[in-house]
Design a protein around this ligand. Structure first.
Ligand code: JEH
Length: 390
């Protein structure tokens, strides 16, 4: 990636020679060039600012040096869609991890750092006609110029580059699917100034550790960033009941959301749950025993079952993507098993052969792999069965 930075304070960027960013530059992964805007000013005093049109306090950066800078740096030269010009600005769109990940896929970034009251707006409008332009804000507080914001943005982008710090070339960054803040971390010594590491972390019980961390992350997020949490995550207000015809629409929406990952893990498997219409869902609701789970009024999970000889076919076990990993699937599975009539001796279900996480969950719930679906009716799927215990 090539990054050009334009600033009247190029010395601000000296720290980018240090540490990991410096290594990325040495290794050739990153070609970072910092330019002094005054290099494109031609009067005796290399003036770059003037008073605001229409009056008011402070100074504004004049357009001419910027125009020459963008001409010389050839902003439209790079491949289509692979270059972006970023102007840090207190009135920009928020800088987020998603934006950092987008910028990390580009071949070329140009960062224009303003000062004083900002840059003459015509500069941004002019460049926008020649390249993709973003005015981006680091956050809702006031800085004296774009430099510190540019440093933060560059660090956030460069650490995502494939090959940076041993990043795999394919995965940009495993995103935290649960959208929560991190749980607290500890290291040795076990006791420090009278403070102990929480006992669970030294217990060796990995299930308990995972649950504790999930709980800590949720508590922290609820206190510090309530904006990140949907009520359905925390509300005790939960309801499990047999499906009603009126649930069909929400069920269709949920199953489409839930089976996309399944399709990606099993690209060759035909997954009806993804192509069904509302009408299809309404039909199978009449033929199956279907349980739906609501939290905070929202339909967040479901499962279905029906008898087939002496076995109970289980299927469509689904949990909303943001609530996965909390044990809701296991509970729904147990509940739908409990709906089987007395003559049932075995539970049976199918899942994609590539769905490692699902298969592990079913195995923890007592299911055993009992064959490939190919022999029967579901190519690419595996069959799992479990004896009913009386
Ligand atoms: C600041 C680029 C170029 C300061 C204030 C004003 C706010 C009310 N997150 C960020 N904060 N500040 C910047 C930034 C980013 N990215 C940033 C910059 C420049 C980025 C010059 N400055 C200094 C500056 C105008 N004020 C904006 N207002 C809502 C508090 C008051 C007016 C302009 C320029």
């Amino acid at each position: 990636m090539r990054i050009d930075v334009i600033s009247i304070f190029p010395d601000y960027f000296a720290p980018l020679d240090l540490s990991l960013i410096g290594k990325a530059r040495e290794s050739g992964l990153l070609d970072l060039r910092v330019h002094d805007l005054r290099g494109w000013a031609h009067d005796r005093h290399r003036t770059v600012d003037d008073s605001p049109a229409g009056g008011g306090a402070g100074m504004v950066l004049r357009p001419e040096p910027w125009g020459e800078a963008f001409d010389e740096l050839d902003v439209e030269g790079a491949e289509l869609n692979r270059s972006v010009v970023v102007f840090p600005s207190p009135s920009g769109v928020p800088f987020t991890q998603d934006l950092a990940a987008d910028l990390a896929t580009r071949a070329r970034l140009v960062v224009g750092c303003g000062r004083y009251e900002g840059i003459d707006q015509r500069v941004i409008d002019h460049v926008a006609g020649r390249a993709e332009v973003l005015e981006v804000s680091l956050g809702d507080y006031v800085l004296n110029g774009g430099e510190v914001a540019a440093m933060a943005m560059i660090e956030a982008v460069v650490r995502l580059l494939p090959g940076f710090m041993g990043n795999p070339d394919s995965v940009v960054e495993e995103s935290h699917a649960d959208g929560l803040l991190e749980y607290p971390v500890y290291t040795r010594p076990r006791t420090w100034r009278g403070l102990d590491i929480p006992d669970v972390l030294t217990s060796g019980d990995h299930g308990a550790i995972t649950r504790w961390r999930q709980d800590q992350a949720l508590r922290r997020t609820a206190r510090r960033r309530p904006d990140l949490i949907h009520p359905s995550r925390v509300d005790a207000d939960e309801e499990l009941r047999l499906v009603q015809p009126a649930d069909a629409g929400e069920l269709l929406t949920l199953q489409r959301a839930c089976w996309v990952q399944e399709q990606q893990a099993n690209p060759d498997v035909d997954i009806p749950a993804l192509s069904e219409t509302l009408h299809d869902v309404e039909e199978w609701l009449r033929e199956w025993v279907v349980l739906v789970l609501r939290r905070g009024g929202r339909l967040v999970g479901a499962a279905r079952g029906r008898t087939h000889g002496t076995s109970w076919d289980v299927g469509r076990l689904m949990v909303a993507p943001d609530l996965q990993g909390l044990g809701l699937g296991r509970r729904l599975l147990a509940e739908i098993e409990a709906c089987a009539p007395p003559e049932v001796t075995t539970y049976e279900l199918y899942t994609g052969a590539g769905s490692a996480e699902n298969i592990r969950m079913y195995q923890r719930a007592g299911y055993r792999l009992s064959g490939w679906g190919d022999a029967g009716e579901v190519p690419g799927a595996v069959r799992l069965t479990k004896r009913r215990r009386d």
